[in-house]
Design a protein around this ligand. Structure first.
Ligand SMILES: [Fe+2]
Length: 139
């Protein structure tokens, strides 16, 4: 199923929202490829993208959390490290065994969990905190 970025997912910082939208776009492209029977080719492109994306995106997001004094920073960082580790594992699997339906399924599951559990739960909490900090500043 394709995913649409919604305003409630906003973390209140344009650059981070832009990066999340890009991930959703890649997820949707992967989903389209899957429904058209091109997933084994697309998974190569997707894992190449994710390898770079996790480094840049997680670093940007962690910097933001530190800047605003986000209380769950450590827990959040741990989840980033876990996601990055899983991306690296899939990339290694691709390099050693090539692409196959098992790799496609594992990559799809990783991304779905990432969007559902990480972005819509963990990252949304950053958004709430950013708004709190802004409200406090306005009082
Ligand atoms: Fe995050």
């Amino acid at each position: 199923m394709k995913v649409e970025w919604q305003e409630y997912l906003s973390v209140g910082v344009e650059e981070i929202d832009r990066q999340h939208k890009l991930l959703i776009e890649k997820y949707n492209a992967f989903f389209t490829a899957y429904s058209e029977g091109r997933a084994t080719e697309e998974v190569i492109r997707l894992l190449g993208f994710l390898e770079e994306y996790v480094m840049l995106h997680f670093a940007d997001e962690e910097r933001l959390q530190q800047r605003i004094g986000f209380p769950d920073y450590q827990k959040h960082r741990q989840q980033h490290q876990e996601l990055a580790r899983r991306v690296a594992e899939l990339k290694e699997r691709l390099e050693s065994q090539g692409t196959d339906p098992g790799l496609v399924a594992s990559t799809g599951l990783l991304l779905t969990g990432w969007l559902i559990e990480h972005i819509s739960v963990m990252d949304r909490a950053i958004g709430r905190f950013v708004r709190e900090v802004k409200d406090r500043g306005n009082q």
